[in-house]
Design a protein around this ligand. Structure first.
Ligand code: GLC
Length: 547
């Protein structure tokens, strides 16, 4: 393969994996929505950045009610994003550049427009087709109440009632997310068989793995009992207690099965869990050595900019994942969360899809939050294990806060109380060129979400080759990370003030000042810093020193 990717076994243990959100990466057609040829045309940027792999959020056929996480055909590309030939070209170009390729897969639910769900509706009560999804009779007189009290992650009941072909009110179907995202019944072997086929379809095309959507949600408690308490955070599902649909033990059999499928293939294919599970010692069950290869470390993502909390979550991560022989991962941003540049400077709740918008009281100062965001990045990229970078964070993008209500797209915004803005602010199309239409995102200047007027300064071409720019900081950090084998190292803490993180890994001393005051700088040759550093280390700054 590549200069970038290690040819060695288990590349994913130390990889930096870059998330492409295809709608917002690069638009080649000019319709204002990013597409696969757009991604392919910009892969050089990722190779130059120095990442090892690229993960693409869904681009499959979809009515786009949840930005593509509502899939109506798992084995085809939505015309909005291109064709299967475009997917093949993307894979080939990425491999040529030495980048591995991971695609998203959404097994908890399909779109209600998927032919399997349409067949289930048409086949009628008692049919085998109905059993591919979770249909139940309602409660109360005439079954007019939902079968239980479960709530959709996007707000409102998790059940929608259907009308049968003859016009009579029918049963209800379960959807843990949007009404147009019916949950599969994973107790039905038919469902597992279909997904084996989907996995093989893409593995046969040469991809290097999958990111598994809602990997904590597929197994439901038999009998579908009410939820006693309400442990759900909006969009989440964190709970340490047994829950009727999140993080149930039965889900692990599915991941063992998927592991077997990937092991039929050569080339070290990897499976990554999106599993919102706490504590991390429980999340680690998803990456036992016969299950998935790694899991997003959402415990880390949710940790505020606080030295004590950060140190605790780093220790917990290394311990929890290490105990099962898996690498820890590290992630600060993705398409569901407030961009870390902004988030780490807010006091806002950290629940992952609440968002921030024009009426939010807690609007951080941009210059200050950028400094902190960069410091957080340098801390993360020094940690041993595998790291995820979300598109645009290498440009230092803040959250887009002032998106008008009538331009918003996320279903969360429409189904939840005022003040919950949802996830549009982290999904705004990327700025590539400072003075091109739509900042080079689209040749026509169209953009499915409005780009802030201030984004010219974040454009890739404003930063490329500019010493001290966020883009150059990422590039330098990834280069040093590789050269110095930071990801392979063992972390040892150094004594420090309680508001400072100070550790050594692979001969590099990493110091992050999370206090409000400058602190003394340890000795060592300065390799890289997230901001200006003089005699002392200013607040909200991380430095890497060779020792
Ligand atoms: C995951 C995705 C999110 C999506 C949800 C439902 O959490 O990351 O974007 O809305 O699953 O598929």
């Amino acid at each position: 393969m590549s200069s970038n990717s290690s040819p060695s076994h288990e590349w994913w243990r130390t990889a930096v994996i870059y998330q492409v959100y295809p709608r917002s990466f690069a638009d080649s057609s000019g319709n204002g929505i990013g597409d696969l040829p757009g991604v392919t045309s910009r892969l050089d940027h990722l190779a130059a950045l120095g990442v090892d792999a690229v993960w693409l959020s869904p681009f499959y056929r979809s009515p786009q009610n949840d930005a593509g996480y509502d899939v109506s055909d798992y084995c085809d590309v939505d015309p909005m994003f291109g064709t299967l030939a475009d997917a093949d070209a993307l894979i080939a170009r990425a491999h040529h550049l030495g980048l591995r390729v991971i695609f998203d897969i959404v097994p908890n639910h399909s779109s209600s427009e998927h032919v399997w769900f349409q067949e289930a509706l048409a086949a009628g009560p008692g049919s085998p087709e109905r059993d591919h999804y979770i249909f139940r009779e309602g409660r109360g007189p005439n079954g007019a109440e939902p079968p239980n009290n479960w709530q959709s992650t996007f707000g409102g009941p998790a059940w929608t009632r259907i009308t049968e072909a003859d016009g009579t009110p029918g049963p209800w179907y379960l959807h843990l997310f949007d009404t147009t995202q019916p949950d599969f019944d994973w107790t039905n072997p038919w469902v597992a068989d279909r997904f084996d086929e989907v996995l093989r379809f893409w593995l046969d095309r040469g991809i290097d793995g999958f990111r598994i959507d809602v990997a904590h949600g597929l197994a439901k408690s038999p009998g579908l009992p009410d939820v006693d308490t309400d442990p759900m955070l909006i969009g989440g599902g964190w709970t340490t207690e047994e829950h009727p649909y999140w993080s149930r033990d039965d889900v692990h059999a599915i991941w063992r099965r998927w592991r077997h499928v990937t092991e039929e293939y050569d080339g070290d294919r990897a499976l990554v869990a999106e599993a919102w599970v706490l504590p991390l010692s429980k999340m680690a069950q998803w990456v036992r050595d016969d299950e998935l290869h790694q899991a997003f470390n959402f415990g880390y993502l949710m940790t505020p900019w606080d030295a004590k909390d950060m140190r605790a979550v780093i220790d917990d991560s290394l311990e929890s994942f290490g105990t099962v022989g898996a690498p820890s991962t590290w992630v600060l941003s993705n398409h569901d969360t407030i961009r870390h540049t902004t988030r780490l400077s807010t006091k806002a709740p950290l629940a992952h899809n609440i968002g921030i918008g024009p009426q939010s009281l807690d609007r951080p100062d941009e210059a200050h939050s950028i400094a902190r965001g960069r410091a957080a990045t340098l801390l993360m990229l020094a940690l041993p294990g595998s790291a995820y970078v979300y598109q645009g964070e290498e440009l230092g993008l803040p959250e887009a806060i002032d998106i008008p209500d009538d331009a918003r797209q996320d279903p969360t915004f429409f189904h939840t109380p005022a003040g919950v803005y949802g996830r549009d602010g982290c999904r705004v199309p990327l700025p590539w060129e400072s003075d091109a239409p739509a900042y080079g995102f689209s040749p026509t200047g169209a953009s499915w979400l409005p780009q802030p007027a201030s984004w010219a300064r974040y454009a890739a071409d404003s930063q490329r080759g500019v010493a001290g720019s966020t883009l150059e900081m990422y590039r330098e950090a990834l280069k040093l990370r590789r050269e110095r084998s930071l990801a392979h190292g063992t972390l040892g803490w150094n004594e420090s003030d309680s508001d400072v993180l100070d550790f050594t890994v692979s001969g590099v001393r990493v110091v992050s000042n999370m206090s409000d005051d400058p602190v003394a700088l340890p000795s060592g040759d300065r390799l890289l810093a997230s901001g200006p550093v003089g005699e002392s280390l200013p607040p909200d700054t991380t430095v890497w020193l060779a020792i």
